[in-house]
Design a protein around this ligand. Sequence first.
Ligand code: HEC
Length: 486
Amino acid sequence: MDFPLFHLDWLNDRFLIAMIAIIHVFINHGLAVGFLPYITLLEQQGVVKSGPEDITDLAWDKMVHRMMMVGFVITTTMGAMTGVGIWFSAALISPNSIGSLIRVFYWGWFTEWIVFVLEVVFIMIYFLTWKNSNKSLRAKQRHIRFGWFLSGFSWLTMAIIVAILGFMMDPGNWIQEQSLVSALTNPIYLPQLLFRTPTAMVVAGAFGFLLIMLFTKKSSAIRPTALKTTAIWVLLWLPLSILASIYYYNVIPDAMTANMSTAVGTMDFAKYYDLLKYIILIATSSLALLAIWTLWKPKKVNLIIVIIPFVLSLGFLGIFERVREFIRKPYVIGNYMYSNLIREEDYPLLQRDGILKHSTYTSITEITEENKLEAGKDVFMIACSRCHTSQGINSIIYVFEKMYGIGKPLDINSMKAYIPNMHNGRTYMPPYPGNEEELDALAHYIFYLQQSGATLEGAQSAGAHLNPTHSVEHFIEQKLNNNKNE
Ligand code: HEC
């Protein structure tokens, strides 16, 4: 509430973060964290399988180099941009939570930025020195050692960020201790890191299968060997990924797993919840089958049977991220800050005085008949707009009409009865934060939205009004009054 709120009224704010984050995870896990050790292994294999006179098997090395080119181009462009983009979009949509995270993880983030920039530089060095390193065996071996070092480094960037992701789900002892150490040792950190590590390796293998098929000819002698190495790589990491996912699932608090059915899609989708398990099962087993088939009949592998597990494994990773983002609701930072950006501990104050009075950006401090709609709009912006739009995706009209009848005029009193209890039945929604008058204004505003088809503009286009009672003039006036009274 200390920031003017950015709002995407058609797309839904959550969508923006989710889209950028999911693309980033594909790239980070599939083409960096998992891919770099995989590529280094292949590069090393080229040296091992070459003749005693050669530095490396040149045809093989060329294939690996081309695969790395894909990783290089995508990670240093889309990967880097979406990585920074996640925090830009999250800071726009959820400024208070990013503010809190920065206060807690200041040094963690500081380290992350340095490590991240170095990672990009190291990827460039690794890729750009590749050809030169083929001139002598010593140079090649140094290049391969650099590849292993880079792999560790790129894992480190993930390891730091996962601490923050784990913290947002369950801050653990930090709630009492409020120290960086207690934040870093949050209960979900290690399980999630244990899950992401082998999963990144598996997804890299799926990318590997695809790239080998694209960069080698059917008749080529290196294709079967490369596919077999990839198959072994996948078969070694896959069981670890599955075991770690079971462990991870088991440390997620029960309140969160209860959210899982709504997390995947919308409530309408909840009945197809079982599908989720099947997608995971089908994705992992299709990859396992591909790997086994490859070991058995490497020459019979074709593009189609490679693409299917590839798409499924991206689907699996995408669903995992979507679920992770959703199940911590109603919180954005577990047990500390709700997804509407209001801290749990501020609720009693706000429910007594109203949210507008304590909001920095609103033009209204006293609700009257004349300003009721304007007030309702501000209340909606603060209390509901992080998850609902006016007429777009997950629109507030639609969710109410679904309960009371599609197309029927909404009833203000029914909405007023529902909203203060909305968190009881739907535990992914935070409790209503405001007071009675604000509830009345909110219900009138929602009714008005339905009747008029009006939309809601975010601060980026509508601008922002400073709360008149927060202005310097007001402050001076109060001071003068106090002085007079003394
Ligand atoms: C943390 C995100 C979040 C916030 C904040 C939020 N909602 Fe929701 N709300 C949801 C989600 C998710 C759904 C489920 C939509 C679906 O899948 O059908 C939902 C559903 C609803 C429903 C339908 C419930 C049902 O039983 O069918 C209503 C009514 C509703 N919201 C009203 C509100 C109002 C009013 C506010 C603001 C005071 C609000 N919500 C704030 C996330 C949120």
